[in-house]
Design a binder for this molecule. Structure first.
Ligand code: NDP
Length: 590
């Protein structure tokens, strides 16, 4: 690689700063609304007439959520011989994100052999390098059957209240189905991205066309199914708001089916080569025992810049993220080198657009002007090409986003775009308060509410335990480790929680929680090491990754453990091995 001219890099940095400035909004996270505020939260997949008798029981553990996090918690508990647990899930089946996201084109752009958990135990071979959503959902169901989780599940059920009884050392829980459950341990595994958000656009409720979020796809309107063409859109004008990882997958499908497609863009995604391919059975069957954990760790090492000897997955992610350009450089020379590496990677994404998009003006508007760690990268082989089709139109909002709508459709730069259907590919809440995402407000020791205790954001030890909420465990990136492969993070987090619960039971511990001092210390550890990340982030356009550029305490407390997920996992392992439960307050059984 020949190093780019320093003036070229300076020009790119100036462009990054200008693009960022256009997008900063005082409202930060408050610019978004929830689906239920606009009556768009109905579950399209569930039987609305479902009923069952209320359950009244006492169990050892209640797990909130039946996605990967809840399922892996249940599986890890079972493996430790803890079988008295319930999984309470709002949806009508397991799968979490793969239950809700059934939009056309939906798939996972992380290699299926490391994304689908426990393949060695189930013996399942994914069909393709990047599994489709229907295959992943079916695999979640298979996991549920394989590990006997269906008997534990209460579907189409929402927790309404959770109150700690300090005398009995138990949580009392009620649900939307009239259940009353008493449990010692409670695990909040409600999803990292389970709450969809809508852009707070003026006039949004007055829109008279059809509208839905990508997590609530209405095949009754579009026709087709996740595996069949959208055969009712041939005479329809369709708009889609958002150009993130979801939209990148949806747009080619809409392009194929709809009369006209308008893609409303605020910030372009960086879209690299996906290179889908079938899994070679002979290769898959030849993998030695322990291969999945090894491959999973290797991918995480690669994409966090640890540069191991081998790159086992070797795809677009590993190429783009091989070097961690967010890290603190040791010298001015290294700073210049890291900037050059970052620039070159992003130039690669920009050149790809020039190669694939025929209209130069459209190509220019599709180019991402930010650093490679600023936003989640995307990988797709049909998205950029879709803009060459005569029925696909890019409506670039110059960083402003759609801010106004009439009854007919969005208005951008004074131009109204009348639509039959508007699809919101506008993403999910990630760093908003846990209570609003849970939908109920747990009441801990002494009647303290989680919304009070966490009024300014998360207070935790390891992102998992919190003071005044005994035997209450949270699965979340916030104040924990971040893994590009979410399932790797969830495996680490849920294994730790299962260990904690098992340890409490075998050691006669009635309750465990963080101390306030340990929470403060943990936050200081996160903050002390987050300088380089924060500095890198200063040049990034706003996104969910940086709480939309907010400078609130909520955003500051949404820090994650810096460095590799492997470092976070090692930290937890050392903590467990020390055997002192440092930073916790423990009450032994009488
Ligand atoms: P994102 O949050 O990534 O994208 C939301 C999009 O909506 C952004 O392009 C955002 O623009 C845009 N937007 C928001 N408000 C407006 C507005 N007023 N006008 C115009 N545009 C607006 O959500 P996604 O659902 O795409 O993805 C969320 C996450 O889900 C991904 O980051 C990934 O982690 C996961 N995912 C994973 C997939 C996989 O293959 N593994 C596939 C799909 C999703 P801006 O960028 O300016 O904020």
């Amino acid at each position: 690689m020949t190093s780019p001219d320093p003036s070229t890099i300076e020009a790119a940095k100036a462009r990054y700063a200008a693009e960022r400035a256009k997008r900063l909004r005082d409202e930060g996270l408050a610019q978004y609304d929830t689906l239920d505020e606009h009556h768009l939260d109905r579950d399209p997949w569930a039987d609305p007439d479902f009923t069952r008798d209320p359950v009244v029981e006492e169990v050892d553990v209640v797990v909130l959520g039946g996605g990967w996090a809840g399922m892996l918690t249940g599986i890890n508990l079972s493996k430790r011989g803890i079988t008295s647990f319930r999984i309470v899930e709002k949806a009508a089946d397991f799968g979490g994100t793969w239950y809700w996201n059934r939009y056309p084109g939906c798939m996972c752009d992380v290699d299926s052999t490391i994304y689908l958990p426990l393949l060695e135990e189930t013996g399942y071979m994914p069909t393709e390098k990047y599994a489709s959503a229907p295959e992943i959902f079916a695999y979640a169901q298979l996991l549920g059957r394989h590990f006997g989780l269906y008997d534990k599940a209460l579907f189409q059920t929402e927790i309404e209240s959770l109150v700690w009884d300090d005398d009995a050392h138990r949580w009392d829980l009620t649900t939307s189905r009239g259940d009353r459950i008493r449990t010692q341990f409670f695990v909040s595994a409600g999803g990292l991205m389970h709450k969809a958000k809508l852009p707070g656009i003026e006039g949004i409720d007055g829109f008279t066309g059809k509208a839905f979020h990508t997590t609530r796809w209405d095949y009754g309107y579009t026709g087709g199914s996740p595996t069949e063409p959208l055969d009712r859109l041939a005479d329809k004008v369709v708009g889609i708001i958002g150009t993130g990882a979801t939209s990148v997958q949806v747009v080619p499908q809409l392009a194929r089916s709809a009369k006209e497609v308008y893609v409303f863009q605020r910030t372009p995604s960086a879209v690299g080569v996906r290179a889908q391919q079938p899994i070679d059975e002979a290769w898959f069957r030849s993998l030695p025992p322990g291969w999945q954990a090894e491959r999973t760790r290797n991918f995480t090492e690669v994409v966090t810049g640890n540069q191991p000897d081998r790159d086992l997955v070797a795809d677009g992610w590993s190429k783009a993220l091989w070097e961690d350009t967010q890290r603190e450089p040791a010298s001015e020379e290294e700073r210049a080198r890291l900037e050059a590496v970052d620039f070159e990677v992003m130039e690669g994404f920009r050149h790809r657009i020039d190669e694939l998009v025929e209209d130069p003006e459209t190509a220019e508007k599709l180019k991402p002007w930010y650093g490679k760690h600023c936003k989640r990268l995307c990988f797709h082989d049909e998205y950029l090409q879709a803009f060459n089709l005569p029925n696909v139109h890019l409506v670039d909002t110059n960083g402003q986003g759609v801010r106004e709508m009439t009854a007919a459709g969005p208005v951008v730069d004074g131009v109204e775009y009348p639509l039959d259907l508007l699809v919101f590919a506008s993403g999910f809440e990630i760093t908003t308060g846990l209570v609003s995402r849970l939908g109920f407000d747990p009441v801990g020791r002494g009647g303290v509410r989680l919304s009070e205790r966490w009024h300014d954001g998360t207070h935790s030890l390891h992102g998992i335990l919190t003071a005044d909420f005994p035997d209450f465990f949270v699965v979340s990136f916030i104040q924990a480790g971040f893994g590009l492969n979410f399932v790797h993070f969830l495996s680490v987090s849920t294994a730790h929680i299962a260990w904690l619960i098992d340890h409490c039971r075998t050691e006669g511990i009635a309750s465990i929680e963080a101390t306030v001092e340990a929470e403060d210390e943990w936050l200081n550890i996160l903050w002390a090491a987050s300088g380089p990340l924060a500095r890198y982030n200063q040049s990034c356009t706003p996104s969910y990754g940086n709480s939309e550029g907010s400078r609130t305490m909520l955003a500051a407390r949404s820090a994650v453990f810096p460095g590799s997920l492997m470092d976070y996992a090692a930290h937890l392992e050392q903590w467990r091995d020390a055997g002192t439960l440092e930073g916790t307050r423990v009450q032994r059984q009488a």
